[in-house]
Design a protein around this ligand. Sequence first.
Ligand SMILES: *Cc1c(COP(=O)(O)O)cnc(C)c1O
Length: 219
Amino acid sequence: MELEERLHEVRDRIGAASVAAGRAPDAVVLVAVSKTFGAEAIRPAIAAGQRVFGENRVQEAQGKWPELRAETPGLELHLIGPLQSNKAADAVALFDVIETVDREKIARAIAAEMQRQGRRPRLYVQVNTGLEPQKAGIAPDDTAAFVDFCRNQLGLEIEGLMCIPPADENPGPHFALLSKLAGRAGLARLSMGMSGDYETAIAFGATSVRVGSAIFGAR
Ligand SMILES: *Cc1c(COP(=O)(O)O)cnc(C)c1O
């Protein structure tokens, strides 16, 4: 199957899952995850109308997106991988959405860079719903306090929550937990669901899904 066909199939399935969940067919944003793929592999997705993309490394994204952006106005780029403070300036300069705000230090660095650069990327807080030691994210119990800290101490507007459930577990309970935490924090947006589970995520209220291999192929 060609990339364009795979993209259309993912779009169709997102639309069907949204309708099945009682929502509008275009209620869920598709973030096409293009990490590890070069500009030549990404261009066909842009040509097929895809406008929102996700990358997990700042440096890798810097190597391809300035060029792609110059070719096509209106692209939206999401950072979906862990962010180090020494990359905060580059991330604020390049990304439209940073989905991985996960600790005070990085929130402070982002706030300082937003002030300095006059750019305001939209922000999500990453939650480690499975409390996995190797995974980034705020602990579920600390999420509400961290969102308050970002808002009240740093003046950051948080748009929603993001999670990556443990690979070996049923993702449903993790999506349900993220939805509950967002409700408590007064947040309406949920970034959850990847190639293997995006329809489940939509059933649990995802407002955006991050789909890579189902569109671009195996990495
Ligand atoms: C790679 C990645 C994805 C996409 O994963 P696929 O299984 O290829 O769809 C989604 N979210 C994050 C945070 C990722 O790093």
